[in-house]
Write a protein that binds this ligand. Structure first.
Ligand code: XMP
Length: 305
């Protein structure tokens, strides 16, 4: 286990030493790794840190506003890129193509904004498991072994590179970051896009955003799942009032897991399921059916795409 006080002291020294009084830029997502990086850099170099938060339009309900208020004391550039993402994704239904478009778009937008800052250094929240997985060929992390950006930074600062995730959470605690950041449920980089099966439309994104908010309200506090989510998985016939409705099917998923490699569904009591289904179909127009996913991982993945 890391000695958090010592770590914080030496990370601040490292960032200050490497930055040499120049500007440093980073992508802030609000996840625990990037939040810890931002807090350390704020303490080390203050105004010389420029954080960029890209609102992809694929974020959860209220997330962008929350990030703005949580990080109101740092130099935060919020980029409203929702239209750019939805335009780039129009008509695309293949999950891997969707992922690639989102990743590429994110990189280009970050690059565009980072260039404006004139920053010499890039700060990244790479942690030790990212390095191991990349070296072992399990999955390539874009922040390991070469940068995807077409910007010649003078250098890269990675203060968390020797830490495991639980150690990063300990450091977040020692930095007194809000509990919601310390214990934040994982949220995928491509955001709600991987919870809209098939083509993405404004309507589907809005439905999935509302459904995720209801699922989190009903399940997070009571069951403390490792992750919970709602996805739009297709269309089905229903009836609302006296009218037949060819409406959306929402699937809710809540799992316990240690490391996301395997996962078990949370046994949610009937009463909660019933209330959740009633809320989702009555509060969200266009939804005709709600299902609860009881499949473990494997064979199902946690996300839908
Ligand atoms: P799966 O769906 O593969 O997900 O069981 C395992 C964990 O990883 C998250 N996830 C992602 N995170 N980019 C990310 O940053 C992605 O493309 C992505 N896909 C899945 C997922 O939320 C779960 O915690």
């Amino acid at each position: 286990m890391v000695n958090t006080e010592k770590f914080i002291e030496s990370a601040i020294k490292e960032i200050r030493g490497k930055a040499e009084g120049k500007k440093v830029v980073m992508a802030l997502s609000g996840g625990v790794d990037s939040s810890v990086c931002a807090e350390l850099a704020k303490r080390a170099i203050g105004e010389n840190l420029v954080s960029i938060y890209v609102d992809t339009g694929l974020m959860r309900k209220g997330e962008t506003e929350r990030i703005k208020s949580l990080f109101s004391d740092i130099n935060l550039d919020v980029v409203d890129a929702g239209d750019e993402f939805i335009d780039a994704l129009r008509g695309v239904s293949d999950p891997e193509v969707k992922r690639k478009i989102i990743g590429e778009k994110f990189i280009r937008i970050f690059e565009r904004e980072a260039k404006k800052t004139g920053a010499a250094y890039l700060l990244q929240g790479t942690i030790y498991p990212d390095v191991i997985e990349s070296e072992g060929g399990i999955k390539s992390h874009h922040n390991v072994g070469g940068l995807p950006y077409d910007i010649a930074f003078e250098g890269l600062i990675e203060p968390l590179i020797d830490l495991y995730k639980d150690e990063v959470r300990d450091v977040a605690g020692a930095l007194e970051l809000p509990l919601e950041i310390q214990h934040r449920m994982p949220f995928p980089g491509p955001g709600l896009a991987v919870r809209c099966v098939g083509e993405i439309t404004e309507e589907k994104i809005e439905i999935v955003r509302e459904a995720n908010a209801i699922a989190e309200e009903e399940l997070v506090e009571k069951f403390k799942p490792w992750q919970c989510l709602a996805a739009v998985i297709g269309l089905g016939t229903g009836v609302k009032g006296d009218v037949r409705l060819h409406g959306w099917i929402v699937s809710v998923r809540a799992v316990y897991s240690r490391d996301a490699m395997t996962a078990d569904p949370v046994e949610v009591p009937w009463e909660t399921l019933h209330r959740m289904a009633t809320r989702i179909t009555s509060e969200i127009p266009g939804v005709s059916r709600v299902v609860y996913d009881i499949t473990p991982k494997p064979p199902a993945t946690i996300e839908y795409e």
